[in-house]
Every structure is written in C-alpha cells, then in structure tokens.
Design a binder for this molecule. Structure first.
Ligand SMILES: NC(=O)c1ccc[n+]([C@@H]2O[C@H](COP(=O)([O-])OP(=O)(O)OC[C@H]3O[C@@H](n4cnc5c(N)ncnc54)[C@H](OP(=O)(O)O)[C@@H]3O)[C@@H](O)[C@H]2O)c1
Length: 376
C-alpha cells in the first residue's frame, strides 16, 4: 500500500559491481510490498570498512547494489500486511535478513549476499537496495520501533535527548550483544573483549558493561583503550595490552581474578596475532568463548587446555531477532548509554552527494570513539 504523499524518485548511492566506484543516481522510490515497509532514511552509516566492502575482496554482492543496511528513519509507507508499525514512526533498521521460508538462508543486506546460490538469488531478486538512499524498502523483521519520546525527548521531560545518529549505534552494538547472549554472559561475570578498540569490538565493551559484566579490554592501542575505560563506570573496565607474548599476556589477563568468558571480534588483519591463544588460556574451568571475528584462515587453539578445562568454544554469526528488541530495551531503560554518553562522537555528517569525503573521513577513523554518518 504505497502512500500517495511519497515522491516518485529519489537519490541513492549505487555500486554497479564490485570494484567500481559509488555513483549518485536517481532511482524510483520503492513501494511497500507484502512483508515490508518503506522507510524515509534520517541517518545511515558511513562505516570505516565501506571502501573495503565495495572492493569485493571479502564479500560478494549483486550488481547495482545500494550499500548498507543500518539506519534510523521514519516509516513512510506501510505494506498490506503491516500490523503494528505506523506511518511516521521512528524505527531502527538492521541488516541481518533471513529468508522467511528458510531462516538458514541469511544475508547481510547491503553488504553480503551470503555463501549459497539460494542466498545470492534471494538477495538479487529482493534485497539489492539498502539504506544509502533517501528511502528504502525494509523487511518488516528488520524494522524495529523506537520509543521516540523516551529516547529523543528532552531530559527536562524525562527523555534521554538522543539524536537519530546516536540511536544508529544500536544496529552495531547488537552484533556483540548476539555474541554475548550466545555464551550466556551473566551480570557480575568477567569477560575478556579482544580486540577492544574497533567499531564492533569497542561496542562489545559498551554492551558487556551494560549487561552487568566486568570487562577486560585486551588490545594493542593503549590510547584508545584508556579513552574507552574513561567513558565507562569506574572499576568496570580493566585494560590489558596485547604484547604478543602469550605467557605474559595470559598472566596479565588472569591478574583480576577468574575470567568467565571471552568474546573475540578480530578483523582479518589479526589472523596471525597471538591474542586468541592468550585469551583462551586465561578462561576459567567451564568458561565460554565466542568467536565473532572474520579471520579467513585457521587459528591455533590450545586443545588440551580446552579439554582439561571443559571450555565451550562457540562461533557466532550476527544475532537473533529477539536480541534487537532486547538491546533496544536496555537503551530505553537507560542501562545502555548511547552517543556522547557512551564516549562516541559524530565527527562528520554528510549528504549522499558528499560520499567521497564521508568515506575518506570514516576510513581514517575506524576506532570506536568516532563515527561518521550520512543524512540523506
Ligand atoms: N560474526 C559476526 O556476525 C560479525 C558481525 C560484524 C562484524 N564482524 C567482524 O568483526 C571484525 C571486527 O570488526 P571491527 O570493525 O571492530 O574491526 P576493525 O576496526 O577493523 O579492527 C578492530 C581492531 O582489531 C585490532 N587489530 C587490527 N589489526 C590487528 C593485528 N594485525 N593484530 C592484532 N590486532 C589487530 C585493532 O585493535 P588494536 O590496535 O587496539 O589492537 C583494531 O581496532 C571484522 O572482521 C568484522 O567483519 C563479525
């Protein structure tokens, strides 16, 4: 059911095929088909890894991709089977799309069309247009209502005073939340987060603290680690530097007492780093490990240590749908701070036509404390 008030055309950024530069194009405004809504994008992510994604070196995607699947916007048109979302409602959009008839067919909307012929066809036929546009058609399952009065309302009236660009962080934090829930992190537990300074790994520190855990942030960049520690409540984040000396690093990780869990969110560049071994060797009996990074090759696991200590080592791809609602509730309850309250500054806001500047600024600031956004 398309709204009569929507324009017929819109601006969008398009990557014709992997390795080609983005182009600003005029496309038809999508209509809301069954199982979807159309959202007017208020703010969408200019991620540090965007240029790398579009190079096609790690991810495959269909021709004429409108990249990105993370945004905050307003519902502009509801579909014939929409039951709760309403026009004008503030929503969070996240990119983990599963086929309705087979949830094992999974894609990262706007980034990766998945590893199988079915996932690639599913993407090309339905979801090649993401959020770097003025409007996007969004699967109902990936469109999450936000309590605007509470999250964006004035603090004098009991609100948190967040801006849409602050709320966008939820679409990244939910990745770590999926991993931490996957290993059943409990309040009061101690968890190693390694590395701890990137967009997703730094978000893991924020989320683990909000879940009531104590965090050992294990990474190489001392300056950023200290910034992260300074933005969290006193005593909730300890810092250990990844020096590459396994015995020394393991001992440093164990100095704060028993370690219940470890979440790893390494990029491919860390494939040869010793930190995975150091961190696994620091986890207590019956401890849990979540592997969330994208390391293409194999890693060396301390096999006997894992056996003697009854460790659970779990791989984790993204999150469950319920995790998104649950994380939003943490923010709405005030337990998970966002924006500058979480130590994250928006260092650049760009129109779609300024994509060159946006990508350059974002790629030179990959650390958690800075974020760059598009406001289409
Ligand atoms: N499983 C999933 O569902 C899922 C979802 C989203 C993202 N991911 C993946 O998660 C990974 C991390 O994302 P991100 O944005 O946080 O990554 P990132 O910013 O590229 O890197 C995170 C940190 O890795 C450390 N690092 C870089 N090179 C290293 C090296 N050679 N040795 C040791 N450490 C190194 C750096 O920290 P220091 O300099 O402080 O050491 C850096 O801040 C990516 O590969 C991404 O694809 C997985």
């Amino acid at each position: 059911m398309a709204s009569t008030t929507l324009p017929t055309t819109m601006k969008a950024l398009v990557c014709e095929e992997a390795g080609k530069p983005l182009q600003l194009k005029t496309l038809p405004v999508p209509t809301a088909t069954p199982g979807s809504v159309v959202v007017k994008i208020l703010v969408t992510a200019a991620d540090p890894g965007l240029a790398h994604i579009l190079s096609g070196r790690v991810f495959t995607f269909p021709k004429n991709l409108v990249p990105c699947g993370r945004a905050v916007g307003r519902v502009a048109a509801i579909g014939p089977d929409t039951t709760s979302l309403t026009e004008g409602q503030l929503v969070l959009i996240e990119p983990f799309v599963r086929a309705r008839d087979d949830p094992n067919v999974q894609i990262l909307w706007g980034t990766f069309d998945g590893p199988t012929p079915a996932s690639k066809k599913f993407t090309a036929d339905n979801w090649s247009r993401g959020t770097l546009a003025e409007y996007c058609r969004t699967p109902l399952e990936n469109c999450h209502p936000l309590n605007e009065k509470l999250l964006c309302g004035s603090p004098s009236e009991g609100g948190f005073g967040y801006r849409p660009e602050d709320l966008l962080a939820l679409s990244k934090q939910v990745v770590a939340y999926g991993g931490l829930r996957g290993i059943h992190l409990e309040p009061g537990e101690t968890v190693i987060v390694a590395p701890a300074t990137g967009m997703f790994s730094g978000a893991a520190v924020q989320v683990a603290v909000a879940m009531g855990a104590k965090v050992i942030a294990f990474s190489r960049n001392k300056a950023v680690l200290e910034q992260i520690q300074a933005t969290q409540p006193a005593g909730r984040v300890e810092i250990v530097l990844n020096t590459g000396d396994v015995e020394k690093d393991t001992a440093a990780l164990k100095q704060f007492g028993p370690v219940d869990a470890y979440i790893d969110i390494s990029p491919f560049q860390a494939a040869k780093s010793t930190h995975v071994r150091s961190a696994i060797m620091a986890v207590r009996q019956y401890g849990r490990v979540s592997l969330m990074g994208v390391i293409p090759g194999d890693i060396s696991v301390p096999y006997a240590y894992a056996m003697w200590n009854n460790l659970t080592i779990r791989g984790q791809y993204m999150y469950e749908r319920d995790d998104v609602r649950s994380l939003i509730k943490l923010a709405e309850a005030g337990v998970l701070p966002l924006g500058e309250k979480s130590g994250v500054k928006v260092i650049g806001k760009f129109g779609l036509d300024e994509f060159g500047q946006a990508i350059e600024l974002a790629s030179s600031h990959p650390e958690i404390g800075s974020t760059v956004v598009f406001t289409p």
